[in-house]
Design a binder for this molecule. Sequence first.
Ligand code: THU
Length: 131
Amino acid sequence: MTDQALVELAFAMLERSYVPYSHFPVGAALLCADGTVFTGCNVENAAYGSTICAERTALVKAVSEGRRDDFVRLAVAGRSEDYCWPCGSCRQMLYEFAPDLTVLVARGDGGFVTLPLRELLPHGFGPSSLN
Ligand code: THU
């Protein structure tokens, strides 16, 4: 799967976003080492704080299907001018399972940047931090 194809899967998920409050759809696609992709969208809630982001939707779908340790790339996409940077909670949740993940961050015109999760979340707190 090319980076471009993974980003396109993230964009396709914008149609599934449930965003009656922010009107800000976000899509995500998480690639496993064997080529399996788990997609996600943001799902908002009238109790705003109960909203789940697209990246975490994709991640919890994967983990709940038994995947844990073979995540290689995640694409996240929105329609805004700026890149759709993952929020802090998503960075933290991804770091738990995939500190060496590569993240593709797209903006509305389809352009995207590629960077390591470790750059988005330097000195992250992970499972070994509890030792
Ligand atoms: N959102 C995501 O889905 N991912 C992020 O990393 C940033 C924010 C969503 C949450 C909410 O539904 C909307 O974008 C506006 O904050």
